[in-house]
Ligand binder design. Structure first.
Ligand code: NCD
Length: 309
């Protein structure tokens, strides 16, 4: 069965379908248990280190809230400038330090592969909360949980991923989960921001139906779930290229009502302008519920890797 005790959570590709189902079931259980209680007393005395070298609102706060609601506590920092990184300390030494104090490390860092580097030096399990344009597995897990909750099941859905698929770590992790389900994937992006070819090629080799297009309207007509993403400004070397590509896609209420009224609309957030606020109160607009699912999913993960759930 799924034994997560002491395991690092680094990459969407590390999970089996059985493990994904297990995590989702525990997340659902966390949600149910929190409906009747403000907090649970499962991790009393445990400490989470939340190390955020890159900006974050949802990921950091939902990790902290998850740990607090499990009865544990949190230490950490919310920016590299607030840590000894600003004095020139290496990532490895910062991790060795925090490792003396905590039971689990959740971290976000601008460099691809940084969470894996941290996991190599830490005794405590490391959870990757985003490594540059690499991976963001906990977001992908909460996205999967959201699809399951919103659509009743993951199998059978056509999922359109739209926006900056080149630099977006949430979609890089997401496809590694969706490939275990009977889902068709549509990648909607301007040519310059399409999903990296090695990812698309690997999915196709694995027999996953993948379509690539730049036409959002056509993709919406086919999709059950539309996962919008932000153009990742901070990953562009050339500001002019960002200016050219920003605003490539803007989803409006009129589009949803005309093309696919029962579309489930998701977004990892933050949004810039890719989902108009008039979409927010449509019944299929799931992105605020999705955020809440983040806390339950992170509770499940922390519980599983500490062996307390
Ligand atoms: C995402 C991220 O940091 O990759 N945000 C998040 O964790 N919810 C998406 C983004 O920043 O565009």
């Amino acid at each position: 069965m799924s034994d997560f005790k002491d395991k690092d959570i680094l990459d969407g590709a590390q999970f089996t379908r059985e493990e994904l189902e297990h995590i989702i079931n525990i997340a659902a259980d966390m949600r149910e248990r929190l409906e009747n209680n403000h907090s649970l007393d499962l991790l009393r005395g445990y400490v989470l280190g939340a190390l955020f070298f890159e900006p974050s609102t949802r990921t950091r706060l939902s990790f902290e809230a998850a740990m607090n609601r499990l009865g544990g506590s949190v230490v950490g920092f919310a920016s590299a400038s607030a840590s000894s990184t600003a004095k020139g300390e290496s990532l490895a030494d910062t991790i060795r330090t925090v490792d003396q104090y905590v039971d689990v490390i959740a971290m976000r860092h601008p460099k691809i592969g940084s969470a894996r580097e941290a996991a190599e030096v830490a005794k405590a399990p490391v959870i990757n909360g985003g490594d540059g344009a690499g991976q963001h597995p906990t977001q992908a897990l909460l996205d999967l949980f959201t699809i399951q909750t919103e659509r009743g099941q993951v199998d059978g859905n056509t999922i359109a991923l739209c926006g900056d698929l080149k630099n977006g770590r949430t979609v890089h992790s997401g496809v590694e989960l969706y490939k275990h389900y009977d889902c068709k994937l549509i990648f909607v992006a301007p040519q310059a921001l399409q999903m990296p070819v090695e990812i698309t090629a690997r999915l196709r080799e694995g027999g996953i139906p993948v379509e690539e297009t730049s036409d959002l309207v056509a993709a919406m007509a086919e999709a059950d779930v539309l996962y919008m993403t932000r153009i990742q400004k901070e990953r562009f070397d050339d500001p002019a290229e960002y200016e050219r590509l920003k605003g490539s896609y803007v989803l409006t209420r009129e589009m949803v009502e005309r093309i696919k009224p029962d579309l489930t609309v998701m977004h990892p957030l933050p949004r810039v302008d890719e989902i108009n606020t008039d979409v927010d109160d449509l019944p299929g607009a799931a992105y605020f519920r999705q955020m809440q699912n983040g806390m339950y999913t992170r509770m499940a993960l922390i519980g599983l890797i500490t062996g307390t759930i």
